[in-house]
Design a protein around this ligand. Structure first.
Ligand SMILES: [Zn+2]
Length: 269
């Protein structure tokens, strides 16, 4: 993973995904855009109250930098489900130029070129998947609910069922999100991880605050990716926490609803 800088602009790319040579991709930061106030400055969400013309300008800045045309973009309405949608050309522009009817959808998959799939987040974990053999890509939004309910497994399953993906051919990445340093939770969340994730203890530690715990969402998602058959050496994991780096990222836990959103974008070339 590296942070690429060009003037004020900063964005993130994964080395293993770049090495596949078959996609363009990025994960945005909040740096280098034109949005103001709480959206300062690289907000890429149309649904948080920012001016649309500023969001479009921000996408155009990213297009110049990465070659991903924002007119190819498909957005979904993320609601912390494990629902994964297969995207086709018919979906292009959803959430941008046409109404977004991809309700309750937290993962997107496509095998078509010229479609830029997206996942929005501001503490939740963005997951990237590239099948280098069959040329299929996927992005998933894994907050703690999506993580514990296995959206990583669901995404790989859908890639296999629909496109014959072999998990050993997948190159994957786990993007910036709230880290184990900051993801403090109560007992009910811990119980859910203990119920649903094998040997979940290894990902949970007691916090210094009484009755609170911390969970390693990167670790759980990496475990689930491996459980799905992805090779450990093909999984690149971020070390950037969205809560520890407020100059770089919007964080829901730090900023509440008065914030912009980062986005992961990926397109087959
Ligand atoms: Zn942190």
């Amino acid at each position: 993973m590296k942070i690429i800088e060009n003037g004020d602009l900063k964005y993130i790319q994964f080395d293993n995904i770049n090495k596949t040579g078959i996609v363009r991709h990025f994960f945005s930061t909040r740096c280098g855009g034109v949005s103001e106030g709480e959206f300062c400055s690289m907000n890429l969400s149309f649904t948080r109250g920012d001016k649309s013309e500023n969001v479009i300008k921000n996408f155009e800045i990213m297009e110049k930098e990465t070659g991903i045309n924002y007119k190819n973009i498909v957005m979904s309405r993320q609601t912390h489900t494990t629902n994964v949608h297969i995207v086709t050309k018919d979906d292009i522009g959803k959430g941008v130029t046409v109404e977004n009817d991809l309700e309750n959808t937290d993962g997107l998959i496509t095998n078509e070129k010229g479609i830029a799939i997206t996942t929005f987040s501001a503490d939740c974990v963005p997951l990237f998947f590239v099948d280098t053999e069959n040329k299929v890509i996927a992005l998933a939004h894994a907050g703690w609910r999506g993580t514990v309910n296995g959206i990583a497994l669901e995404t790989v399953k859908k890639m296999t069922e629909n496109f014959g993906t072999k998990p050993e051919n997948i190159v994957a990445a786990i993007g910036p999100s709230i880290g184990k340093c900051c993801f403090q939770v109560d007992m009910p969340v811990v119980s859910e991880f203990m119920d649903k994730i094998e040997n979940a203890k290894r990902f949970i530690e007691k916090d210094t605050e009484e009755g609170k715990f911390k969970i390693d969402l990167w670790g759980v998602n990496a475990f689930l990716m491996e459980k799905a058959g992805i090779l450990k050496e093909n999984i690149e994991i971020t070390d950037l926490c969205t809560m520890c780096n407020p100059e770089l990222f919007y964080s829901h836990r730090v900023m509440g609803n008065a914030r912009g959103s980062m986005v992961a974008v990926m397109e087959l070339i």
